[in-house]
Design a protein around this ligand. Sequence first.
Ligand SMILES: Nc1nc2c(ncn2[C@@H]2O[C@H](COP(=O)(O)OP(=O)(O)OP(=O)(O)O)[C@@H](O)[C@H]2O)c(=O)[nH]1
Length: 322
Amino acid sequence: MGLRRSGKSSIASVVFHKMPPNETLFLESTTRIQKDSIHSFMDFQVWDFPGQLEYFESAFDLEDIFGSLGALVWVIDAQDDYLDSVARLNRTILTVQQFYPGINIEVFIHKVDGLSDEYRTDTFQDIVQRISDELSDAGYENAPVHYYLTSIYDYSVFEAFSKVIQKLIPNLSTLENLINTLANNCGFEKTYLFDVLSKIYIASDTRPVDMACYEMCSDYIDVIVDISELYSWDHPVRKRLGDQIQEAESHVVLHDQTMIHLMEMNKYLCLVSVIRNPEAKDKRGLIDMNCRTFQDALNEVFSRSWEGGSTAQEGESATASK
Ligand SMILES: Nc1nc2c(ncn2[C@@H]2O[C@H](COP(=O)(O)OP(=O)(O)OP(=O)(O)O)[C@@H](O)[C@H]2O)c(=O)[nH]1
């Protein structure tokens, strides 16, 4: 949601349909609610609301609009006058928290690519301040609103959407525990579990996110997907040399001895790790074995009901030590 031309359709197209950012210049204005079903590790829908939609008018049924939402992403154009957008957002938050308190409110302060670092920080602080002041004036203190600086011209929008989706995954802490255990046992500096299609990461180890690491891992997925598409089709004269493993697996050692290790986990997910230890390439066997053990644990988590109890303890002992 957000005002017209704030960038809502562009974000959805770039993140979920791999549209090159420059092509969003030609997107037409959205005139009705667009519901886009995403079938991946978990099925969900992305709804794109037209900017001009007056959903608080009596013609609209609030239950139809908000009844099944998990997260409300509000997009503010940071290059434009944002006071109107902030006012509309606050009205929306006050209604939502009254009737649908379970909805996560996520604010994308968007199009920050056109702003200098200093202006970006000022704009961020100003928007956060205005929203929290207005909400507390209306009697809503410490509203659980989350803010992200985003642009479709870099990785920030993928990073932000990753955080939005992660909050909707019921067993996130189980996944994080499993990844932490794997990363500790293999000496990984950072590990991400990516949704291959959208390249948002659904979980990572709990060390701080380093954008450069994230960008490297995300780019490596593109390389592997391109190579897989080139070579995975059945060539009439090419014969299989023997039994093949089902999942793609790959690593590359960069000029500074950093290794990126990628392993497909299932149809939708792949695990990408960054390893700075120069001895890592001699321990590929152990790393592969641990990743396979992680894969079994992961698929078990997914095969269980999301509502089921935590499997974290099982994950703790799942991987072998270095
Ligand atoms: N500089 C910059 N421009 C962007 C960004 N995201 C979107 N835009 C541009 O903003 C314009 C409007 O984008 P849309 O995605 O159509 O906006 P919308 O919010 O869906 O608009 P409505 O459908 O009218 O509600 C397009 O020209 C996009 O190219 C961004 O991150 N940076």
